[in-house]
Design a binder for this molecule. Structure first.
Ligand SMILES: *Cc1c(COP(=O)(O)O)cnc(C)c1O
Length: 713
């Protein structure tokens, strides 16, 4: 195990900077680590904890005496202190009566930075962005999740285009994780236990600091457990139902117990997606154990619970058979207050069902539920109408809080610097206000275009370096290097299709008419290049075939090397891609995309969104900030939907998008294109910021529950 190099006293708080994920969204803190040792910053994959382990003591001694470095260091420390200690954040100012309350936020994944790979995709990104924004706004939130030592897989694409999954054991010492209680030898000490099947398993917890917010990650990997139990939470989203149920028990039941063991007593509990439903169950059980009738216990829990659902597809919800539940909850059902029959009934979607639906249970045990976009709300009300048969569909009590993304995490430094120059010093504080972004119109074309070109160059450089590295190391053939984008060029209009590979997102829609696509890609005067990236779920063969056919297009000489597939889409690649392409393509089958957030990140960086009217886009599109493919009518069949949308997509590309991009003034600047870019940045940044989202959760979900308090006994 590596350990940290001893720090000179003058810069001893470097360790604190490195162990608070705050560094990941503050330029001042990142500047400290990049200037400390840029090669290590790069080699470690932007991991300050690892830098402090590997750095030479002589470099630290030198830095401790270097005035330029010390100025950066002092500034970052001062900013951290004032952000973390100060008590005048938005929440404290607007809700002073509640600033000592606690809101617990449970989620199966949290994506904070690629150096902590405990996320798979959009759900985790949302949860991570929410924690960061809660810290920025001073919302008294505490996060609860699971620690997955192997996380989600790393993706490698074989020479035949088939996805290979590589799991790596995370080196905990190279992360900001600290055991909440430590045993000799640095081991994570058990804090609580839960009944699983006939056995009791011990749980420990790790703490991750996210600015002011604390995130607790529950783990079963303690010596007292059997090897199988230690392994229970090793990987995220296993396809194995047994293990998945047990993981969710560890998250929900275990999470409640860990908070209790730490003396944290939340007044509001927020479950992110159905995976967290056992959190509600355990709290009902505890209330019953303390002498409340089941009905009273349920009411008390409902009155303090918020739930957000993310899945517009019925098959996407976690459902467990009663048999499987009984097998793993045998011990749990014996506990005081665990009313098996009543619990199972609350999880039935239909009265005759023998399955426990996590979402149904969560909806029935929370008094505030929300979907993640306006359109998703309508779909969700319809999907769960059976739970409220006496109400009209539009009265089903599910609201919506449209997703948003954390601006400081996703905005390119080049764009942030433009804003520093043109929007005034405090633009970040007002990043949920449309007026903040009005001055974007004053940014001169040349400056805006230069910033856009710079971020694009960064993406293309990263792609070509990866291709070069793969080829030079003998892992890839020359052909594969071409498929990775070795022939990409910065001046060509670049379209990104970057998202989880799955049938409903239609990654191959662009290939609907291959000849038409080739013609447009190869045009010598207005070339187009397309970059694909995304992972297939390891158990989803059909999606791996889609990925493979995309990959084979990248090898087709007829495309001139202008199609590429970038391996291993993670937060790092996401940052490069959402900033660096020109057009962000989104083609889900409607209405299957609950919200989607990658398009928001793209728009904020001046990338233009080209999307079917699904998820968040109908709320975002204003006629000048991107393009909508087709209209809102529903197709009669999937084949007809593909036919219609592909035709609309090609028409838009050929008639509007490509000509607009290549229409240049005498200086080579595309003025009209930049007008769209400005419109996208201006309209999308405030409305789809995590700041707006977190304020919505606070005002519409948390505060009403806090005001109402616990019901009378
Ligand atoms: C933003 C993001 C997502 C979410 O993408 P959508 O396609 O909008 O759902 C998934 N993965 C990563 C790595 C992201 O950064």
């Amino acid at each position: 195990m590596a350990s940290e190099t001893a720090l000179p006293t003058r810069i001893e708080r470097l360790s604190e900077l490195a162990h608070n994920m705050w560094w990941s969204w503050h330029r001042s803190s990142r500047a400290v680590f990049t200037s400390l040792d840029y090669p290590l910053w790069s080699l470690s994959g932007h991991n300050p904890v690892m830098i402090l382990q590997d750095i030479l003591p002589s470099r630290l001694r030198q830095a401790a005496q270097d005035p330029a470095f010390l100025a950066l260091y002092d500034r970052a420390i001062a900013e951290l202190d004032s952000d973390v200690m100060r008590n005048s954040h938005w929440f404290a100012r607007t809700h002073p009566d509640h600033s000592h309350r606690t809101i617990a936020y449970f989620s199966a994944e949290f994506a904070l930075h690629n150096s902590l790979p405990i996320y798979a995709g959009g759900l985790g990104i949302l949860a991570g962005d929410l924690l960061k924004e809660a810290s920025d706004l001073g919302v008294p939130l505490v996060g609860v999740g699971l620690m997955y030592p192997q996380g989600y897989f790393r993706q490698q694409i074989g020479p035949d285009g088939w996805q290979q999954e590589v799991y790596r054991q995370l080196d905990f010492t190279a992360t900001p994780l600290v055991p909440v209680q430590v045993l000799p030898g640095g081991r994570c000490s058990p804090l609580a236990s839960i009944s699983l099947g006939n056995r009791t398993i011990n749980l420990c917890a790790y703490l991750v600091r996210v600015g002011r917010v604390e995130l607790y990650l529950v783990s079963t990997d303690v010596e007292e457990n059997s090897p199988e139990d230690r392994d229970l939470t090793s990987r995220l989203y296993t396809a194995d139902r047994d293990r998945r149920l047990q993981q969710e028990m560890v998250l929900g039941i275990g999470g409640v117990k860990i908070l209790d063991a730490l003396g944290i007593k939340p007044q509001v509990w927020h479950g992110n997606e159905g995976h967290t439903a056992f959190m509600m169950m355990e709290r009902i059980r505890r209330e019953s154990e303390q002498g409340h009738t089941f009905e009273e216990a349920l009411e008390r829990v409902r009155n303090s619970t918020v739930f957000t659902t993310h899945t517009p597809v019925p098959a996407g919800h976690d459902v467990f058979s009663f048999e499987l539940m009984d097998e793993h909850m045998r011990g749990y059902w014996q506990l005081p207050g665990a009313d098996r029959q009543a619990f199972l009934t609350l999880g039935q979607q239909a009265p005759s069902s023998h399955h426990f639906n996590m979402t149904a249970f969560a909806l029935r045990t929370s008094s505030k539920s929300s979907a993640v976009s306006k359109m998703h709300r309508t779909v969700t009300q319809k999907m769960w109408h059976s739970l409220w048969p006496d109400l009209a569909e539009e009265d089903v009590p599910i609201a919506h809080v449209t997703n948003g993304v954390h601006l400081p995490t996703w905005l390119a430094a080049e764009i942030a610097e433009l804003y520093d120059r043109h929007l005034g010093k405090d633009w970040m504080a007002g990043s949920d206000k449309p007026s903040t972004f009005e001055k974007i119109r004053n940014i001169p074309d040349e400056e805006l275009w230069a910033a856009r070109r710079e971020v694009k160059q960064k993406l293309i450089t990263a792609m070509t370096l990866r291709a070069q590295d793969c080829w030079a190391n003998g892992r890839c053939s020359g052909q594969q290097a071409v498929a990775m984008g070795a022939l990409f060029e910065p001046s060509a209009l670049t379209i990104g299709f970057v998202r989880r590979f799955t049938e409903y997102k239609r990654p191959t829609l662009l290939f609907h008419d291959i000849e038409r696509l080739k013609k447009l890609v190869r045009d010598p005067w207005s070339p187009v290049q397309i970059v694909f990236a995304g992972k297939s779920h390891p158990a989803d063969e059909a999606s791996k075939h889609l990925l493979q056919s995309t990959f084979s297009a990248s090898l087709d000489h007829g495309f001139f090397g202008r199609i590429s597939f970038v391996e291993d889409y993670d937060m790092h690649m996401a940052r490069l891609l959402v900033r660096g392409v020109d057009v962000w393509l989104n083609t889900p089958r409607r209405p299957r995309e609950a919200s989607g957030t990658s398009g928001m990140k793209a728009c904020m960086n001046g990338v233009l969104h080209l999307s079917v009217p699904d998820g968040w886009w109908p709320e975002g599109y204003n006629g000048t900030n991107g393009w909508t493919i087709g209209d809102e009518s529903l197709a009669s069949s999937p084949a007809q939907e593909d036919e219609r949308d592909a035709a609309a997509l090609y028409d838009l590309l050929e008639q509007e998008i490509i000509p607009l991009y290549y229409k240049r003034n005498r200086k080579g600047v595309p003025h009209d294109w930049l007008q769209h870019v400005r419109s996208a940045m201006k309209s999308i940044s405030p409305q789809f910021s995590a700041r707006r989202m977190v304020k919505d959760y606070v005002e519409h979900m948390y505060i009403p529950l806090l005001n109402q308090g616990q019901p009378r006994r």
